[in-house]
Write a protein of this length. Structure first.
Length: 173
């Protein structure tokens, strides 16, 4: 299997978005927790196949040039969305959708505090740009499971790159 045709073994819908079945229970629990706390979250993006991500990246290149696009948008075959383990959140009213301002909304602040307890990791922060290679995306979360988010917190690291000792960023062949 290559990035061109990779799809998770099982894809299910959660809140209208497709995600890997492996991540769905923790995502549903996270969304229920947010509702219980009075926080209105929605999903704006889940699984993306190779071709869809290629379209997303081409639009970003047209707006930002290649170098700019590569800091905002993974090239097709390199996106966490293609794994089915990444989602983009927004508030139910659409405030700050896919915007850095989302970090300062009630929803963004709630996610930053509670997502890890459900196995979801905020992937791209202002503080971690040099490590991850991507600009901040306070709406983009990756499911890694509660065991890993707990281990990362205990180790005092915020990124997968630091935890696993790998380089980040848009390093394309």
């Amino acid at each position: 299997m290559t990035p061109l045709d990779y799809e998770p073994a099982q894809i299910v819908k959660v809140a209208g978005e497709r995600v890997s079945a492996a991540a769905a229970p923790d995502l549903e629990a996270l969304l229920q927790h947010s509702r219980d706390d009075g926080v209105a979250l929605t999903l704006v993006s889940g699984f993306r196949d190779y071709e869809y991500q290629a379209q997303v990246h081409r639009r970003s290149v047209a707006r930002n040039g290649q170098a700019g696009a590569d800091r905002y948008s993974a090239r097709a075959g390199h996106s966490e969305h293609q794994t089915g383990l990444a989602v983009d959140f927004s508030s139910a009213d659409g405030r700050a959708t896919l915007s850095p301002r989302f970090a300062r909304t009630d929803e963004g602040l709630w996610l930053a505090e509670h997502a890890g307890g459900h196995g979801w990791l905020l992937r791209y922060t202002e503080a971690d740009q040099a490590v991850t290679g991507y600009n901040p995306e306070p709406w983009h979360f990756r499911w890694v499971g509660v065991e890993l988010t707990t281990a990362m917190a205990q180790a005092g690291v915020a990124t997968l790159e630091e935890f696993f000792g790998v380089s980040g960023g848009a390093q394309y062949a």
